[in-house]
Design a binder for this molecule. Structure first.
Ligand SMILES: [Zn+2]
Length: 136
């Protein structure tokens, strides 16, 4: 995929999956979620990280809570990996909206927010893929 195709897929996934991911929250989220494709060497954090969700905060001018999902450019080469990444990061967006405390003191695979994101990502991608097929 090129960046435009990735952005289109990203926007569609956000539109279809975010309402499902956030359905248990009290308030309907008023969010703007932007995809930022970065060079593989430019992603913050550890070098084996594929993506990261940044909560930039409430933007008064537009009245929206703004998030940025950064992902490595190399993820665009594999559509399945890209979709799994988007689903995973959207779970993190929901966790921010839910007001979760993120505890990074534990090892990565023991962090509760990661366990939750990994437990939901595949099901969400499967749901999204099924949803696309229904429209054809
Ligand atoms: Zn994660």
């Amino acid at each position: 995929m090129n960046i435009l195709e990735a952005n289109n897929l990203f926007e569609d996934m956000v539109t279809k999956l975010l309402p499902i991911i956030t359905r248990d929250l009290d308030d309907t989220p008023n969010v703007l979620i932007e995809l930022e494709v970065v060079n593989d060497s430019d992603l913050d954090g550890s070098s084996n990280m594929e993506a990261a969700t940044l909560h930039l905060g409430y933007e008064e001018l537009i009245g929206l809570d703004v998030f940025e999902i950064e992902c490595k450019k190399s993820l665009l080469q594999d559509i399945e990996s890209f979709m799994t990444m988007v689903a995973h990061e959207l779970v993190h967006v929901m966790q921010h909206l839910r007001g979760d405390e993120f505890d990074y003191s534990l090892p990565y695979d023991k962090q509760l927010h990661e366990i939750e994101a990994y437990s939901k990502e595949k099901e969400l991608v499967a749901y999204y893929a099924k949803n696309i097929n229904n429209e054809v």
